[in-house]
Design a protein around this ligand. Structure first.
Ligand code: SF4
Ligand SMILES: [Zn+2]
Length: 366
């Protein structure tokens, strides 16, 4: 970690365990070939919620060296296995341009010909502003490619706090001044203890607030990722934590909140606990409860609440009883809410499953 970066000493035992699990998984991984280095991890277009309307997202996941926090002695965050997609070592920046171009050239005609408006998300499973992952030249290249495409209305990148500074914000704003910009930050929870001792995030809420203010002063939006059900919390504890985070973040006027239910990723501490039956991903019922208790329809005029769970409806992702009807109903209900931002849709489950009784009993124990 750089000397002046925002940094919290991790719990030594926890970070040691996270690091050794991660290294074991990385050893089992196949070496990436030349073609994989020239292609992004993935890219897609699908329906999404834009600030004022339903539109489409164009997401590109670039393959970089990997998140510096994950590669550091801290071991990284306890639920995050994204390092498995990264190179782990320096990658020629021209290859990152190639990756971007591959996805961009593949989809740009479809986007330009589309009547929908778009949000473009450039992710790298780490920090877009970390020069060790993506350098300034590549960032500028990406901004220039996107700047003049009229129906791309919104631009989102992700970064840890320590890489967000005035210079980077100004560069972004100057080059994309016609678009609404958001920086997505993995705050996970507003609770410093849970964030640093259960998630091993190495980040303080105070520092988040400073960055939030800096973004506001530069007319850049902030999207916050919240983690639903970090390890070492039971279902009820997770609900309480998430409600507490959302209500407080709404008061702070963040622009978008993305609730991310934990999914079990390879080589993580969460996977280790899961394989020992010491962790279960959250239930859909918990997510719906969080949304209903923490947000009002009035709030949704000023904040966008989204959730697009990975692995949803499977054992390793958010799920109820795994009955297909039960999972599909929950998935559809969540999707409809996110696209419409209409809370009443959360009460309109087309299928009431009997697993809700089991859930009500279990939520205080697991
Ligand atoms: S969650 Fe984000 S900060 Fe944490 S290890 Fe993963 S990429 Fe890095
Ligand atoms: Zn069910």
């Amino acid at each position: 970690m750089k000397k002046n970066s925002i940094y919290v000493e991790p719990d030594l035992q926890l970070s040691e365990k996270i690091r050794s699990l991660r290294q074991k998984a990385l050893k089992r991984r196949k070496t990436l070939n030349k073609l994989q280095l020239e292609r992004p991890v993935s890219f897609w277009i699908k329906n999404d919620r834009l600030v004022d309307e339903i539109g489409k997202e164009f997401t590109i996941i670039l393959r970089t060296k990997g998140c510096s926090w994950s590669l550091s002695d801290s071991g990284g965050c306890s639920m995050c296995g994204y390092i498995q997609d990264a190179t782990g070592e320096d990658i020629n920046q021209d290859l990152i341009i190639k990756q971007f171009d591959y996805a961009f050239n593949n989809k740009i005609k479809e986007i330009i010909d589309d009547d929908n408006n778009y949000i473009i998300k450039i992710f790298n499973s780490g920090s877009f502003f970390d020069d060790n992952e993506i350098n300034d030249k590549v960032r500028m290249y990406i901004y220039e490619k996107i700047a003049n495409i009229d129906n791309i209305k919104e631009f989102v990148i992700e970064s840890r706090l320590e890489y967000i500074n005035l210079e980077k914000l100004k560069g972004l704003k100057k080059n994309l001044n016609k678009k609404y910009i958001e920086i997505a930050i993995g705050l996970e929870t507003i609770n410093d203890y849970i964030r640093n001792y259960y998630i091993n995030k190495g980040m303080l809420f105070n520092d988040f607030e400073n960055v939030l203010n800096m973004c506001k002063e530069n007319e850049i939006g902030v999207k916050v990722y919240l983690l639903l059900k970090p390890p070492f919390l039971n279902e009820q504890g997770a609900i309480d934590d998430c409600i507490n985070s959302i209500t407080n973040l709404i008061k702070l006027n963040v622009n978008t909140i993305s609730v991310n239910p934990v999914n079990i990723q390879k080589g993580t501490l969460v996977e280790y606990l899961y394989l020992q039956n010491r962790y279960r991903p959250p239930w859909y019922y918990s997510l719906f409860k969080v949304l209903k208790k923490s947000v009002s329809q009035k709030d949704l005029k000023n904040v966008r609440i989204v959730s697009d769970p990975t692995g949803a409806g499977t054992k390793r992702g958010i799920h109820n009883c795994l009955n297909r009807e039960c999972e599909n109903t929950a998935k559809k209900t969540l999707r409809n809410f996110v696209l419409s931002q209409d809370l009443t849709l959360l009460d309109q489950l087309e299928f009431e499953c009997e697993c809700k009784r089991k859930y009500s009993f279990e939520k205080h124990f697991y």
